[in-house]
Ligand binder design. Sequence first.
Ligand SMILES: [Zn+2]
Ligand SMILES: [Zn+2]
Ligand SMILES: [Zn+2]
Length: 401
Amino acid sequence: MELQTELFKMNPLEELDERQLREFFGRNKTEMSCMDNPQTFLNQLRDNKLIPEEKYKEMTRITSIDKMKKNLYNLLCWIEEKQPQTIRLFWTCVFKEFIMTQYPTLKRLQDSLRKDQGDNLEEVTDERPRVGQNEFRVICGALSGKLHKSRFASGRCGNSIRTEDRWMSPVEFVEQGSAMPNALWKRDIQWEGQPLCSLIERKMLRLHSEQCDCPLCHPDPQALEEQKNDDYCFVCGRLGDLVMCDHCPRSFHQKCHLPQLDPSILGDDSAWMCTFCIWNMNEYLPRMTYEETLMHPVSNHMLQCHYLLLSLYNADKDHIFAKDPCIHVRGYSSQIVTPMWLDKITELLGQQYTVGQLLTDIQLIFSNCDQFNQNKPEFRDMGIKLKEFYEQEEEKVFRRQ
Ligand SMILES: [Zn+2]
Ligand SMILES: [Zn+2]
Ligand SMILES: [Zn+2]
């Protein structure tokens, strides 16, 4: 498995998002607090301003080994609770070679992180594409898209660039984006201000040879057809058995789409259109005021409700708001009186529920997030960003005057 060996050489921290790094920290606090003679470890934390001076001094005064373990544990809890935004820096600092030679525990933790990633890669069917590593934001003229490494073969082979409304090859992308008749894909498609060829030179993208006979360079008709759609679910971002829309590049798990699809659709070749495409085709003309709409049962406005929820699931890229936070977030239920999450709202659509209640419940997700994360700006901002996105969509969907 070429991809896997490549990954082993990489810094495992680069592959994880903030939440995964925090979870890893949370799981391993106890183990870290049992380190023998943690002086160097503490020095390193202090030198990188990960702990305040007074806490550092307090620790260095301790002479009893048991007390040291207890206090070290408390110190790690303090970082976790009060400074969650520093956890990436924490791992970067303690996974330094000179620190790890002194503390086998840390070496073991770094190895387990690498191993976890290797294991994850084997379960390819349930793996979210690794944003940042395998995807590159590219532009050409006014056209923008994401180039997916796994689909890239050459200028003409592999529909590797996903724009807002379709997948295309680099050559098609440059033809559509550039106004120049002699535009070249390697030169005129830009990634972070540099020509695309720089990704190839840095070996971040592999250009297939002309003799290459891989499925990207020689796709069969079915593979060519499948290249028109996403390889991952638009809602949850995972791979698996997907239903592909025949009018747009989106793909969905049958259970992730709203409305949920009958399992038989997976073996069915007849044309299918997703909720987004149906929504876009239907010009919605409000026959009532916004206030009247709020009083209506959701069943009268199901298309709008589905559209709104699917858009939210997709915009919530880290899947922070989809599941019950009481199960996933420590201390949540003790602080938040009325928890709310997207899956719960989806469930409520099938019950006695008005549009007004739906919109109130969505807002509740955001106000809970704001309240719970008062001291965690990174998470608070995720809620604020999603709320902004939601309010634009909601306005569009219900044509608020
Ligand atoms: Zn090839
Ligand atoms: Zn899905
Ligand atoms: Zn569609």
